[in-house]
Design a protein around this ligand. Sequence first.
Ligand SMILES: *Cc1c(COP(=O)(O)O)cnc(C)c1O
Length: 388
Amino acid sequence: MTYLAKNYNRKKISFKYGKGSYLFSTKNIKYLDFVQGIAVNSLGHAHPKLTKTISTQAKKLWHVSNAFEIPEGEKLARKLCKKTFADYVMFQNSGAEATEAAIKVARRYFYSIGKTNKNKILCVRNSFHGRTLAAIYASGSKKMTEGFGPKVSGFDHFIFGDHKSLKKKITKNTAAIMVETIMGEGGIKVIPDWCLIELRKLCNQKKILLILDEVQCGIGRSGDFFAFEQSKVKPDIVPIAKGIGGGFPIGAVLMNKKVATGMTPGTHGSTFGGNPLAMAVGNTVMDIVSNKIFLKNVKSISKYFLLKLNNLKNIYPNIIKNIRGKGLLIGIQLHTDQTKFIKKLMDNKLLTIRAAENVVRILPPLNVKKNEVNQALKIINKVCKELN
Ligand SMILES: *Cc1c(COP(=O)(O)O)cnc(C)c1O
């Protein structure tokens, strides 16, 4: 008997503790955890610097209202702005809150310049921006919105990769285009740099804002601090969450000076958002993850991992259809059944998670070691061999 609502289809396993890339089940079985709370634990489980930060801060101060100044938050916001395109940061607690706040910032900007009819957000059909009411309608997925009407209006949709449909959907009411730089839940689909550049140009030309949802692909996950970095594109608004807390719930919206003008006192708030405990953890994650050498390591281990996975694809063309992704946001698109494949990996003590389009998602911690990647490759090879 469970008293938890049935909104999850949970695997019958639970864990006692974790250490780095590993999880230990209540039955004392050791698993290689390449889910990491869905790209959340960027530094793996129980990172010594994070446990130290959280216990030190817990003894000092957990929570104060945003009615007062919070120096830990000032510090993290400054680091985020120094490292990125952003001029201002607004802290939340989760990804969905961050994407919703991003929408609010966009609408409020046009309101503040007297263009109140510019309020529609153009999104990718079947994308993922979270599970709150506005976010599910932004995602434009039938499955996620079914039974949750009335529809939250104000969102239009275009098909991923279909540039004609994108251009056609822009109207005089469009305020912003909001896309995931790398679609996570949608099947690890990377927007190529040239597309990001064209997207920016299009937004400039039509005088609309560009929102890049980096909740999953941001904070070093792609090998760069942000997945759009190499394109040199500067978005107007970027919601982040997952990786920035290293396991502690933190969300944030990053924005440039121009759009920030709409967010005057009283326009937005969050009781928990940016409290000292969360901010202390965020600062420690940020210090480690934004380091150039750290990111260089993510890139080099990713290169190795992707190369080896592509080798497996060549050995098992009937099992593996495609290797997708960037950095340590990796997808194995299968010919065979995804559920069965994930189950077999788990039987061999490797934890992974599904994504759309029959993709198995691989999300190691960003500080994963080469021998751990080799261990995962060995297991994936074994499962491919068994199913071949
Ligand atoms: C996970 C995710 C969200 C939602 O984050 P929550 O913390 O679950 O609300 C939003 N956008 C993207 C791209 C995500 O991957």
